[in-house]
Design a protein around this ligand. Structure first.
Ligand SMILES: CC(C)(COP(=O)(O)OP(=O)(O)OC[C@H]1O[C@@H](n2cnc3c(N)ncnc32)[C@H](O)[C@@H]1OP(=O)(O)O)[C@@H](O)C(=O)NCCC(=O)NCCS
Length: 187
């Protein structure tokens, strides 16, 4: 079984491992291979640790952990982070990252992680929420499946390439809370 719980600073190295694996899988063919190869677990881990400790703007992280692997972080199969929106104009709360190892996908864990961050954002007083996603990332259909509406489209440069990013929003945030409501036992 997989449990979702608030992340601790000690989870940061495991979160970084999931980050690298998810990026190298999800963004293969979308981002340059050299960029993906150059991702650093040490750098990402330090950033996640700092974010967990600082809690800037109500920032929080939740990890999905496969039972039987604690302690040591080996069981972390995914995580979600978010807080109050980093820039105004789209929605009040922001889902900043959402990653799951390939093996753990398709079993409802993504929805449960979105439930955790949605509840957290609502507890901060956010009346609405959004997430950025690259247009080329098929995971954007996951957000649509959870009831999000396209709220913004932006041309950006990422990893030295022109790309398009989309903001998907849940307004009001209750649309996300409803779409992620517990309706069945976790698998
Ligand atoms: C996006 C992600 C977290 C989804 O997690 P998941 O556990 O596989 O999703 P769930 O099993 O909870 O799926 C919930 C629903 O969304 C649907 N869904 C999931 N991924 C989907 C996709 N890519 N396209 C369309 N629908 C999708 C499921 O079919 C399910 O529908 P249901 O209501 O019929 O049950 C996961 O695929 C992932 O980590 N992807 C790679 C990293 C990434 O791109 N993250 C987003 C960066 S912005």
């Amino acid at each position: 079984m997989i449990t979702i719980r608030r992340a601790r600073a000690a989870d940061a190295p495991a979160m970084a491992r999931v980050h690298l694996a998810a990026w190298r899988s999800a963004y293969a063919g979308i981002l340059p291979a050299g960029y993906l190869a150059g991702l650093s677990a040490l750098r990402e881990g330090a950033a996640y640790e700092q974010a967990i400790l600082e809690r800037r703007g109500g920032h929080a992280a939740f990890v999905a952990v496969a039972d039987g692997f604690e302690p040591g972080g080996a069981g972390v199969v995914g995580f979600v982070t978010g807080g109050l929106a980093r820039r105004p104009g789209i929605a009040e709360g922001e889902v900043e990252t959402l990653y799951l190892l390939d093996d753990a996908q398709g079993r409802g864990v993504g929805r449960r992680m979105m439930r955790a961050i949605a509840s957290h954002l609502a507890s901060l007083g956010a009346q609405s929420a959004f997430a950025w996603v690259l247009e080329a990332n098929p995971s954007r259909w996951f957000y649509e499946r959870l009831g999000a509406r396209l709220a913004a489209r932006e041309a950006i440069r990422f990893a030295g390439q022109p790309m398009v990013q989309l903001a998907y929003a849940w307004t009001p945030i209750h649309t996300l809370l409803s779409a992620t409501a517990v309706t069945r036992l976790p698998r």
